[in-house]
Design a protein around this ligand. Structure first.
Ligand code: ATP
Ligand code: MG
Length: 420
């Protein structure tokens, strides 16, 4: 038997109901906030992610699916959504002819070669938004708020926002020097990963899980001491906008995020759901002021976030937040096989009238048909029999009260409208 690849899953049963439900709510909230839907390819030239996400990030060094296609091109399955959207904006010159911000939302599969565990897959889904235009602490607040409203619309409220200010590129350069000096002094104490990070991506040492409890870690230089007045003012404005919107946040000086492109505000939405221990971050994002320029586009700043769909779905499922019971309005049950064609016509007409119908085409006994109707949680059965057809009628049965009445086919839809 051929089985699915490690780290992937089939979306089945109630999980597929939850998926449609969460996606529907996502589309609704994005539309309400006037974001436009964008869909980019699931694979791109490898160089896009090397330049976009960053050569030295964990994602690019360890997690991408890279391959040569039959034309010998270097291709990567996308590990995240932002780089592809930025490429699309540049390539299609979407920045021309806009007077205001460019606002996009997306959803779809992402691919990362990670060790599969709870909340961590090799093919997973993200729901995200991106806004491009001038840097503004109001736009950042709008973006963060959209995430909160989305989680609230799903009735999830045990979510906190962790936020940090990474300053500008210049601020980070200054900070990096001091940080590297400090880390070098403690080199023997660093975990193997951080020893490499020291050379490649020292900021990542800040959120190292392995070193977090060590003494040297607690006295690490703070990035906030190296941020310019302008950067500080910007961050304070953002925080006061969050307060104005009643959004609770927690400043986390160790939050740096896994992608290279962030400036100023970075944030994560974290849940206290125990089932997600080790994968409790359900959404991450931040501002990136140089990504569009670095990928060859105009000087356009961006901000956005991505929700990890599977982690969100786990919470929704564990808290029973989505009704996963499937029901149908009407089950069409012909008593005899020779009335199946009448069933087809009557059922199709009822669907046209807006009722969710299942039509039984089987040549099986009537008892089986009624038992299927009840397994499908049908509210009504339309029973089609020779006797009633003689005067162009059927029997409508209320499957809850068991009450039956004979009804002319012409009046069937109207009768159902009254009852629903
Ligand atoms: P983590 O620290 O958990 O590895 P990350 O910083 O790599 O997260 P991002 O690149 O910011 O994650 O992606 C945004 C969100 O996508 C994460 O908050 C998480 O919910 C989800 N996510 C990331 N990687 C995976 C994965 N392998 N499987 C399922 N969801 C994931
Ligand atoms: Mg990761």
């Amino acid at each position: 038997m051929i089985t699915r690849p490690k780290g992937t899953y089939d979306l089945l049963k109630e999980d597929s109901i939850i998926y449609n439900n969460l996606l529907g709510a996502w589309i609704e909230i994005c539309d309400l906030n006037n974001y436009k839907f964008i869909k980019t390819p699931t694979f791109e030239a490898s160089s896009l992610f090397h330049r976009g996400v960053g050569e030295t990030t964990d994602i690019v060094t360890k997690e991408t699916y890279d391959f040569k296609d039959r034309g010998n091109r270097d291709i990567t399955l996308r590990p995240e959504g932002t780089a592809g959207i930025v490429r699309a904006i540049i390539e299609n010159k979407l920045y021309a002819n806009t007077n205001n911000y460019l606002k996009y939302y997306y959803y779809g599969p992402m691919f990362r070669y990670e060790r599969p565990q709870s909340g961590r897959f090799r093919e997973f889904n993200q729901l995200g938004i991106e806004v491009f235009g001038n840097v503004s602490p109001y736009v950042d607040a709008e973006v963060i708020n959209l995430g909160i409203k989305y989680f609230n619309s799903l009735k999830i409220d045990n979510v906190t926002i962790k936020i940090n200010n990474l300053g500008s590129k210049e601020d980070r350069e200054k900070y990096k020097k001091v940080l590297v000096e400090y880390l070098k002094k403690h080199e023997d104490e660093l975990c193997e990963d951080c020893k490499t990070r020291l050379e490649t991506n020292p900021l990542r040492a800040l959120d190292c899980k392995k070193d977090a409890d060590k003494e040297f870690f607690k006295n690490m230089p703070k990035i906030s001491d190296y941020i310019s007045d302008e950067g500080k003012k910007y961050f304070e404005e953002l925080l006061s906008n969050l307060e104005a919107l009643d959004i609770e946040y927690e400043i986390d000086e160790k939050l740096v995020r896994g992608l290279d492109y962030y400036d100023y505000a970075v944030f994560e939405y974290v849940t206290s759901d125990e089932r997600l221990a080790g994968a409790s971050t359900i959404c991450g994002g931040g501002r990136y002021n140089n990504l569009v320029k670095n990928l060859g586009g105009p000087d356009l700043a961006g901000v956005g976030f991505a929700v990890g769909y599977e982690r969100l779905a786990t919470i929704v499922k564990s808290l029973d937040l989505v009704d996963v019971n499937e029901t149908i309005d009407v089950y069409i049950a012909p008593i005899d096989a020779k009335n199946i064609s009448d069933a087809l016509i009557i059922g199709t007409d009822l669907r046209d009238a807006g009722f969710k119908c299942e039509i039984d085409y089987r040549d099986t006994n009537f008892k089986n048909k009624m038992s299927t109707a009840s397994k499908m949680n049908a509210a009504y059965a339309v029973i089609i029999g020779e006797e009633e057809l003689k005067d162009y009628s059927v029997v409508l049965k209320d499957l809850k009260t068991k009450e039956e009445k004979k009804i002319s086919i012409n009046n069937l839809a109207d009768e159902l409208y009254i009852n629903f």
